[in-house]
Write a protein that binds this ligand. Structure first.
Ligand SMILES: Cc1ncc(COP(=O)(O)O)c(C=O)c1O
Length: 423
């Protein structure tokens, strides 16, 4: 078990100098984690937004077990296998129209790195080398590798690495009432003729503070990109697989990106796998007898068969179980509970999209480093709930198997934790 303070095991994000021992988890089922000493903890953030149906879904578990016993791993350069072929064909059938090819990798960050490389490679291979600029939204988050941090918002998270980050064109976030400024800035950047691609998180910026923007603005951004020949990359690493109500957030308005990034929920959250989908035009630009036009990207575990079997089983759950109905019920269950919480003097700015409900705590030091975040997180765990506020922003992103009673107890805990921590 990890000890408080200095530890040989370096965990992602907790500041070991400020936080106590990491909680040892022994097992999980449905919406619940169980510690080694038997404490049950409700997983209110789907273990960093990955779990969809619930932990250890039996169909996904048995697909992993069967695949592990049959074919564990094979190099994906020069070889292929049935689970990868199956996942690719189902994804293409589900994905927005026009996406025709699937490239596998192993995390959300790598799916975005692949997308950025596809976009740059496309323009180079079609002979327009001046198009090498990426546009991204203010407050965006696309991952923690150098390329994805470059596309993401700058701040305390990446200040140390700033000298290595490449410059991107930053488009203002389309807050309600400010949408035209976003569209004008996008249009001005696109007119320079230097833009390779715009990357966006559709409808909701996750790590940037769970900021929601309108469907109309997304459709208009698509139109501007199309008018100027700029590629649109939709990073659905968080929003994919039902979080916003539709399988893919882009499906809510029917807009189709040129490149789509998927990870997290692709395997139902069971095992790492990512996919970057692209149009035929992008694939064709790399399809050539000239070997220098090859898409030069690989990672050792590309399309790992066990991960692909988990993804295939996940997609089968979507087909064979009432997942859409569960998501709709969860989304509806949030509405009155969030409205009631919004009446609490400690909260402001309630917002919701699909299964994700968000509210800000009213504090003097708002922002990601707000002290209230850590204090609330500890108080939630004491009440048997995993919630991980982004600073003073509390969000609930529960698995789709969550019951009404479970959701009510999460909201009740948020109210009582706020009374305790904000007092
Ligand atoms: C929108 C978005 N893109 C990319 C990533 C990076 O994914 P990963 O942590 O799997 O690298 C995340 C992670 O939260 C994300 O929310």
């Amino acid at each position: 078990m990890t000890q408080p303070g200095r530890s040989p095991l370096w965990h992602p994000f907790p500041q070991h100098a400020l936080e106590g021992a990491m909680l040892p988890i022994a097992r999980a089922d449905g919406a619940w984690l169980t510690t080694t000493d038997g404490q049950r903890i409700f997983d209110g953030i789907c273990s960093w937004w990955v779990i969809t149906h619930g932990h250890c879904h039996p169909k996904i578990v048995s697909a992993i077990q069967e695949q592990a016993a049959r074919l564990d791993q094979v190099i994906f350069a020069g070889f292929t296998h049935e689970p990868a072929e199956r996942v690719a064909s189902v994804l293409l059938a589900l994905a927005p129209e026009g996406l025709a090819h699937v490239f596998f990798s192993d995390s959300g960050s790598t799916s975005v790195e692949v997308a950025l490389k596809m976009a740059l490679g496309y323009w180079r291979n079609v002979g327009d080398t001046k198009r090498n600029r990426i546009l991204a939204l203010e407050h965006a988050y696309h991952g923690d590798t150098i390329g994805t941090m470059s596309a993401g918002a700058r701040g305390v998270f990446n200040a140390a690495y700033e000298p290595l980050l490449f410059e991107v064109g930053r488009i203002p976030f389309p807050s309600a009432g400010q949408e035209q400024a976003t569209l004008d800035a996008l249009e001005a950047e696109c007119k320079t003729g230097r833009t390779a691609a715009l990357i966006i998180e559709p409808f909701i910026l996750g790590a940037g503070g769970m900021l929601i923007y309108s469907e109309d603005v997304l459709a208009r951004m698509r139109d501007i990109c199309t008018a100027h020949g700029v590629l649109l990359i939709a990073d659905e690493v968080m929003t994919g697989f039902g979080r916003t109500g539709a399988v893919f957030a882009c499906g809510r308005t029917g807009i189709a990106p040129d490149i789509l990034c998927l990870a997290k929920g692709l395997t139902g959250g069971s095992i790492p796998l990512a996919a970057t989908l692209c149009t035929a035009a992008i694939y064709d630009a790399h399809y050539s007898k000239d070997r220098s036009k090859t898409f030069f990207h690989s990672s050792s575990y590309t399309a790992n068969p066990i991960a692909c079997a988990a993804a295939a089983a996940n997609l089968d759950v979507w087909r064979s179980e009432p997942v859409t109905e569960r998501i709709a019920a969860l989304a509806a269950a949030h509405v009155p509970l969030l409205a009631k919480l919004a009446g609490n003097k400690h909260f402001a700015n309630p917002r919701q999209i699909g299964t994700i409900a968000v509210i800000d705590t009213v504090v003097k030091d708002a922002g990601y480093l707000a002290n209230v975040g850590l204090a609330m997180r500890k108080a939630f765990v004491q009440r048997g709930i995993l919630l991980r506020p982004l600073g003073n922003t509390v969000y609930i992103m529960p698995p789709y198997c969550t019951t009404q009673a479970e959701l009510e107890s999460v909201y009740a805990a948020i109210g009582s934790v706020a009374a305790e921590v904000c007092a």
